[in-house]
Design a protein around this ligand. Sequence first.
Ligand code: FPP
Length: 281
Amino acid sequence: MELEALNKPTAEDKKIQEELRASGNIPGHIAIIMDGNGRWATKRFLPRVAGHREGVGSVRDIVEVCGQLGVGYLTLYAFSTENWNRPQDEVSTLMRLLLNSLREETDKLHRNNVRLTAIGAIDKLPGEVQKKLADAISITKGNTGLTLNLALSYSGRWELVNAVREIALKVRQGEIELDDINESLISDHLTTSGIPEPDLLIRTGGEYRVSNFMLWQLAYSELFISPLYWPEFRRQHLYEAIRDYQNRERRFGLVSEQVRRRNNGGEKSLAAKIFQTITGE
Ligand code: FPP
């Protein structure tokens, strides 16, 4: 039953999704900072972990609707490097929720053509989570629909430090020259190598910061801050964020006139056209 629901959006959903597709581009990559679980729970006099549990429902709904809309990549900031410093029982609950979600949802993801990937210091996660995650990644690796990318034990600075170390080592070993270091080489050494940069970053919980998330990749992302706590953020709020995104003008450092000319210049993606203008290629 649940699976069918995932494949078949309601008539109302269908209508909204068709409108979104018709009225502009669907973001190829959406990244989300899922914040406010603790506050959602505290407001209801519940323990913080109740907010994380309820937050899993929002993950399910947003993954489902991204698949239906034809979003290419969805990256969820599920556990940051800094989150290890939270009280031990909260960390344990988050790991258990992740484990249970992987146990319960992998089949459904697979049958719905979702490919699961993960970025972060995966070797720091408990052994059984690592194992389930590796299994889920392997089971779904050939899928061609939505890529659901989980950021786990991840932070932008952690990732940049690793990239700098790898590049420095290659220079020291004579594999590359100092002059070979450019933006594309750095991108290739990040955990997101091969994944397009997020078009849209959504942060729930009302805070206006990026909290050490995808620091390199967010350079030109459009930001959408929702005042709602993550457990409250459901498909209708995602529709609103996408509508808002579709009304933005992404200039990538150019002026409006250049963007308009580029937009009218053929079939290439906007990002490719802008890149062409910047590089002159
Ligand atoms: C931030 O809220 C949220 C997290 C640290 C964890 C998010 C995890 C889940 C939604 C559940 C598991 C995820 C998956 C992918 C199955 P917060 O605790 O910082 O909230 P606060 O700012 O109100 O304290």
